[in-house]
Design a protein around this ligand. Sequence first.
Ligand code: PEP
Ligand code: MN
Length: 248
Amino acid sequence: MRRVKLDEGLYIGGEFEIIAGPCAVENSGQMEEIGEFLSKHGIKILRGGAFKPRTDPKSFQGLGVEGFKILKKIKEKYNFKIVSEIMDPRDIEMAHNYIDIFQIGSRNMYNYSLLKEMGKTNRPILLKRGMSATIEEWIKAAEYIEVAGNNNIILCERGIRSFDDYTRNLLDLMAVPIIKEKTNYPIIVDPSHGTGRRELILPAVKAAMALEADGVMIEIHSNPEEALSDGAQSLDFEEFRNLLTKIN
Ligand code: PEP
Ligand code: MN
């Protein structure tokens, strides 16, 4: 399997990595609080959305470049690697100044212009599965990035649409062994968007570990009830600490 290098001694692929952070960067104080907490608990990769692909145009759309600047400040203070989504090919060049892993969100997995442009950088790309994408389509999307020149690709299973809305999506955990069998890409699991329910994060993480996924990406918030997006699936600090003790 190919490993994606993030830093000396830090890879996706091999060890089980936990990526964590809020759904969206809301303000500097929020990121400081979350960054300090995660750093204290040994987390090395911080997530936070600044360009948010929201279903409702009236929902919070993210802070944009301001959000990237906040992420960079926290990165420098705590020595994190940063994951954040880029939706527009025109933002890729600018993003190099702030972001270590470029996320392609579920809604953009089929955006072939974006995939091709991502192929021209050498930054690691976190490619989320489209919410209605077959495994074949998802692998082809990764190949678009690769044939354009970038093979630093990490796949992320984040759940697919199903008829049952008890969970936000249906987390297709069998994607993990299937991707391992069919490709060389490392694969992580996003139990937050995959389930939409905080009480299901721990069992989903345990399952991802049992399936030998290369890691998970988990949403957390200092005060989920007040979160500007995805509060219902975000762990609070106590719940995150509990998760760490249960899996270690
Ligand atoms: C996210 O991770 O911030 C996100 C929007 O997820 P997805 O693209 O999987 O919906
Ligand atoms: Mn989210």
